[in-house]
Design a protein around this ligand. Structure first.
Ligand code: SF4
Ligand code: SF4
Length: 373
């Protein structure tokens, strides 16, 4: 029988009370360490933090969005990933997933914000409309007003998804609702962008676990994205990359060449200008990702991606990339000959990273066996 959860419990106490075994916990901590990009020697530090630290209160606001980020999150194949946020980490408010509704939900949020002022994490899903206060009202108040109130007592804000990070589809031309990202409204708080349409669930969890473990924000790039997950282009870890370097291109995504694994650059792939972990972590517990399923990357984690289409047209005018020149040049010269060393390295890195994550899962089980022995 599950025991009663208390707010003062540590993460570990919560996990055990919720019916998970220590083995589940070790596996989770080991996999999260790998996802966060740390060496296996850091597992004990993550375990120690989760065993001893009190939970961080989380308020999750939903504005103009499709709830795809929440969907991505709760569909994770790692059972503890969703639980981590939904309960273990103390999700005090999310109007989409919580059992309470109406006045009860609003009261729970007000109580948590007051009790945890200056300490809670604010997660924002969705863009914020600014043109008309009637757009996206929650409990009779505008999204702008709700965001300002929730942000006031937050220790940090996580902008989950491309809508809260960049404005998303709502901000696409002509942007009828005047939608903006979180950082257009909130200027005095650390804001971490976790973009994607939606983001990978383990990436969202990894950012939260990093904060819970170390009490600090992860290393960020110049766009405020965590470097562990957004430090490389999809192109850098794409398994079709050797074909790009060899000049083997599919003209359309539904061609025989595309099925053979030829590069999708000429079919509109945005992988060369998109920073995300899809090629490394993949989706659905590492089963696949869009390019592997045969469709070009549409750059969903990048700013203004909806206005960068049509998605099936070849990418042009990429400043500093020289991508057109490279594609045409390699197409003429090296078709069917040597594969560039860089491609070999990129794909090897990709395979190594996936192996590292699989090994981490095995280590999680081994760590548990060692503890029992
Ligand atoms: S252009 Fe797209 S399909 Fe081709 S190697 Fe780069 S990411 Fe992969
Ligand atoms: S492959 Fe590209 S479009 Fe697809 S999920 Fe990843 S970043 Fe988004």
């Amino acid at each position: 029988m599950k025991k009663t959860l208390k707010k003062e419990d540590t993460y570990y106490e919560n996990i055990i009370k919720k019916g998970y075994s220590r083995r589940d916990f070790m596996k989770f901590a080991t996999v999260m360490t790998a996802f966060m990009g740390y060496e296996s020697s850091m597992v004990s530090q993550v375990v120690n933090a989760l065993e001893t630290k009190k939970r961080i209160p989380v308020i999750w606001e939903h504005f103009q969005e499709c709830t795809g980020c929440s969907e991505s999150f709760i569909r994770s194949d790692h059972p503890l990933v969703a639980d981590l946020i939904l309960d273990t980490i103390s999700l005090d408010y999310t109007d989409t997933l919580m059992a309470a509704s109406g006045h009860n939900a609003e009261e729970a949020k007000q109580e948590s914000m007051k009790e945890n002022y200056g300490k809670y994490i604010l997660i924002v899903e969705g863009a914020i409309p600014t043109k008309n206060e009637g757009y996206c009202t929650i409990a009779g108040r505008s999204a702008v007003e709700v965001l300002k109130e929730s942000a006031a007592g937050a220790a940090a804000i996580l902008a989950f998804g491309s809508c809260s990070s960049w404005g998303g589809v709502q901000a696409a031309h002509p942007n009828p609702t005047g939608s903006v990202p979180v950082d257009a409204i909130i200027k005095n708080k650390p804001i971490i962008r976790v973009p994607g349409c939606p983001p990978i669930s383990e990436v969202m969890a990894g950012v939260v676990v990093h904060y819970a473990t170390f009490g600090t924000l992860p290393d960020l790039d110049s766009m405020n994205r965590p470097k562990q997950f957004y430090g490389k282009r999809v192109h850098d870890s794409c398994y079709r990359r050797p074909n790009f370097d060899a000049g083997l291109f599919a003209e359309t995504y539904d061609s025989e060449e595309a099925k053979k694994g030829y590069c999708l650059y000429k079919a509109g792939c945005r992988g060369p200008v998109t920073y995300n972990a899809c090629g490394t972590m993949e989706w659905n517990n590492g089963v696949s990702f869009p390019i592997k399923s045969g469709y070009p990357c549409i750059g969903c984690s990048e700013n203004n991606f909806w206005d960068n289409g049509p998605f099936t047209e070849r990418l042009t005018n990429v400043p500093g990339m020289g991508i057109e020149a490279t594609a045409d040049k390699v197409g003429k010269i090296v078709l069917g000959t040597a594969v560039a060393g860089a491609a070999v390295h990129a794909v090897a890195t990709n395979i190594a990273k996936r192996k590292e994550i699989r090994d981490a899962e095995k280590r999680g089980e081994q760590n548990e066996q060692n503890i029992k022995a």
